[in-house]
Design a protein. Structure first.
Length: 276
């Protein structure tokens, strides 16, 4: 079984040579680089990682591309792009020609970013991404999933992935999943998938997180294993990397061997076009 983490951030320190945007704050004080991550992957039994450059570094993809260049069989990238920068237009035609670059990731989890969706700043991106076969990761809270549903309907050839089950930031336990039906409703769009990623971050329980199994089952029933991607968001994880793996491979009794093969890596690789 191929184990592929659908989301991990790597980043460098905030320095004059690579300054972060003002008021940026990382998930933890010590950066995670490609070499540290590779060691953790090897210890946890993770074969591949999709690097998601973090927002606190701004719209830069250099460290992700550097990692994918050094270890093309272990790392790929879902990169960042500023939709309001005139220089961004025209880039998607050659986006996937960059080393290890599979697609794009956009976050709309705070009010100032939501306006990118509601005021039309993303419209050209959706169209260009569909035209050029560039899949997109999307982070929105449950109550904004309907906006992505409209995009999925308008651009049926565009592959969209809902990050972290669209769970709102800073919520946990039942409150984190109280509007899960809003996410499940978008499963009717065949061009939309869901990441069952970072789930321990939204629970006050302890491993093996049996309290989450019911929610995972609802996602499974809606999206199926071929549109359901395991992931960790490792840099904010409350548990060891290996436990993220075994939480799915050993602790959910109703997942079949074939289900786990898809959810743990095969599905995301096929969805994003990362050759297995």
């Amino acid at each position: 079984m191929l184990i592929v983490d659908s989301q991990v951030h790597i980043w460098g320190a905030d320095t004059p040579a690579r300054p972060w945007p003002k008021r940026a704050e990382a998930q933890r004080p010590i950066p995670l680089d490609k070499d540290d991550l590779l060691r953790e992957m090897n210890e946890a039994g993770v074969d591949r990682v999709i690097i998601v450059p973090p927002s606190w570094e701004g719209d830069r993809n250099d460290l992700g591309i550097e990692a994918a260049t050094a270890h093309p069989n272990r790392y790929a990238v879902m990169g960042r792009l500023d939709p309001q920068d005139p220089k961004s237009r025209g880039q998607l035609a050659g986006w996937r020609k960059q080393p290890g670059m599979l697609g794009l990731r956009f976050t709309f989890h705070i009010p100032q970013l939501v306006t990118l969706l509601t005021e039309g700043h993303m419209d050209w991106v959706w169209g260009d991404a569909e035209k050029n076969g560039v899949p997109i990761y999307v982070l929105v809270p449950h109550k904004l999933v309907h906006l992505i549903d409209t995009v999925a309907q308008k651009y049926p050839g565009l592959k969209l992935t809902m990050d972290h089950l669209a769970i709102p930031s800073k919520t946990s336990d039942d409150a984190a999943f109280e509007n899960l039906d809003m996410l499940l409703a978008i499963a009717k769009r065949p061009n939309v998938a869901a990441k069952v990623s970072a789930l321990p971050c939204y629970s006050t329980a302890k491993y093996p997180y049996k309290e989450l199994h019911g929610y995972i089952r609802r996602v499974y029933d809606a999206f199926g294993p071929k549109r359901m991607f395991w992931g960790t968001d490792l840099s904010r994880s409350p548990i060891p990397y290996r436990q993220h793996v075994t939480m799915f491979t050993e602790e959910i009794p109703w997942l079949t061997a074939e289900d786990k093969d898809w959810i743990m890596g095969r599905a995301v690789c096929e969805w994003l076009g990362w050759k297995v």
